[in-house]
Design a protein around this ligand. Sequence first.
Ligand code: KG4
Length: 338
Amino acid sequence: MSITILGIESSCDDTSAAVIRDGILLSNVIASQKVHEEYGGVVPELASRAHQQNIVPVVDTALKRAGIDKHQLSAIAFTRGPGLLGSLLVGTSFAKGLSLGLDVPIIDVNHLHGHVLSHYIKHTEDDNVPEFPYICLLISGGNSQIILVKSPSDMEVLGQTIDDAAGEAFDKCAKVMGLPYPGGPHIDRLAAEGDCRKFRFARPRIPGLNYSFSGLKTSFLYTLRDNIKIDPEFIEHNKADLAASLQYTIIAILLDKLSKAVEQTGVKTVAIGGGVSANSGVRAAIADYCAKEHLKAFIPERSFTTDNAAMVAIAGYFKYLDNSFCDYDAAPYARVTV
Ligand code: KG4
């Protein structure tokens, strides 16, 4: 009998629903919230209100696009955390209500596991997926972690940021350049036109496999401050070179620890995930590094790098196979690690 999972994602500012049958993606619908743009960041209260408005039509559309009736669902998987509590409550409550109505179980999913397992979303039976164990570099606005993935339910964090996440480094530096939020995609676009060796920024010197991006942020800020004294139009005159040099440094920091983790574990497969894995420079650098070291690289489709319910559905599918369901008293959690 086939297993059909509805995934629901509402951890931040995207309302998403997806249907996966036996590991194959049937639909993935995402409603992004535009309401935050004028505030330069996500406003939690507005995010949960928008989820309330979006969730029914988004789920309905996902079921229709999948061509299935809701009574064919085997289970409903939802993001339990981490994320904004008010936003998570909408998806959690909706999943519980629908599960009661349809008399199917609910499965709670750690959003970070979703990113890590997104490489298992298949469009066809023949799609390539990573073999266990593999190393996943999870890089987003809230996380920068090197994870040893031994199985869908057994993940070990080998290293993580001790201050800012890689996405924050992109966004905060972009902000001081006067770029809109989130700045990561703008830096990516500008970097394509710039000279990545024009400016040098500080790299952390911390032992082990942990990351740190706060020193880079300060060094970027000081470079702007010192040069603006000489040329008030410094940012305007050097936008592309600043972006390219910043991106180059972030990639060098990421690869330094990732390559150490690969050496230490001897693992032969590397995957990336999270919002920053959409970055063109990061994707090219990981592909190059893996090709040179004869490692298998798994680079997600861009649509799976941002928040989406397809990854929640695939993580839920694995938990379904393990008979790992959750109770109706499950409350969302704002913070949780892998
Ligand atoms: O995983 P995600 O969607 O959610 C959070 O963790 O919040 O990641 C969002 C992060 C933001 O910091 C954004 O600037 C970054 O991913 N991002 C990028 C790119 N696309 C998104 N950073 C660099 N280059 C990109 N193309």
